[in-house]
Ligand binder design. Sequence first.
Ligand SMILES: C[S@@+](CC[C@H](N)C(=O)[O-])C[C@H]1O[C@@H](n2cnc3c(N)ncnc32)[C@H](O)[C@@H]1O
Length: 440
Amino acid sequence: MSGSPEASPPAAGLASRQAAVAILSQVLRRKRPLDQAAAEILAGSSLAPRDWGFARAIAAASLRRFGQLEALLRTFVPKTPPPHKAGPTLEILIAGAAELLFLNVPAHAAVDAANRLAQADSKAVHFKALINAVLRRVAAEGPSVLAQQDAAALNAPDWLFERWIANYGEAQARLVAEAHLAIPPLDLTLQALDDPYTDFNAALRLAPGRLRLKDAGKIENLPGFQDGRWWVQDFAASLPAMLFSDVAGRTVIDLCAAPGGKTLQLASVGARVTAVDAVSERLALIADNLARTKLSAHLIAADARDWRPEAPSPFVLLDAPCTATGTIRRHPDLPWIKSAADLVSAESLQSELLDAAGDMTAQGGILVYAVCSLEPEEGVEQIDSFLRRRSDFARSELSPSETFDRTFITPKGDLATLPFYWAEKGGMDGFYAARLKRLL
Ligand SMILES: C[S@@+](CC[C@H](N)C(=O)[O-])C[C@H]1O[C@@H](n2cnc3c(N)ncnc32)[C@H](O)[C@@H]1O
């Protein structure tokens, strides 16, 4: 049982592995997001950028399969020594096992590298013999232990897997968890949806203006990046901004807008977009994206709970911050850094943001609420409770002709995608969106 390699070992193999172990420590012990930890550690390392891919691939595979790898290691070492004594011993073991079982690295290379990593650490060095012995067993016996494991259940923390079973039923919960095990493809949204773009011969055309690439490599090196003909956006993430009718020449307030995928979508169809985000550094990402695509929007750094436009707007989009459990395929660290407490705090922020967004919507106007979460508390339950407290709003149900697949429409008329939808084409992120109309 092995995954397709995300990248093969570069010449700078030991330094890449050292970086991977450091990234894993930051994610698993400090609960820092993988993207953040990797960016910081790789930029501060001696590794050339061309070798960053292998370090990231080890860290990502270790996290994507963390539950399975941990259970496997436990069969060989029932109790791994604590970090104050053993330093990064656990991370070296997890990363080594990930290389052996999921990155197709030959046993001698992975075990030898793990030994050298242990040798280089003042604490892990005391566990070098253990690391060596365990990884040899992983190389020999790992595939048969893995074959007996329940990969879907092990790679999702219990609190998440249990709530998916409660909310979607066992069969769908398994499909969700299984979808998280595959390395996701790269999706692009074209600036002009009717662009007969032919630079990507191997791209799958998911829908007008939506391309899907496998093994895309560095985004900046892809054709068309510099001239801004497209931006990276999961197919499902491109659906909420399409729920407005014709917005050309109209004002759209885009709340919680960074890094700006939906801002670009709206600007590219001619909307006059005001994009608001609380984090200025993230707002800078929208500015970069706008400059690259030669689109424009008015950018405002503000907390959307407090900021108000000069006049209510006919169109408001709120893409609220959330636990992001719909994006675990792209962020395999999420299950190991988020907790049930994060869900509770996200919920209260979302309801405050919804109230503010409601106040910004003009009479007769449309408010679209979206989250990249699988948790109903952040999706449909937010909308149901908003509609209970705001009788001046009503659901504007989606009709099947408005989306690409009627499976995306819920019985209440909202939009909901799950990671295993269109599995044969490579799946999609889990998204929820509702369209509301202000009546009074
Ligand atoms: C899910 S992301 C938005 C993704 C974006 N709409 C897109 O399509 O690229 C959520 C964003 O909400 C922002 N945010 C969080 N709390 C906020 C608040 N109180 N007011 C405004 N923005 C906030 C975060 O900085 C983050 O950029």
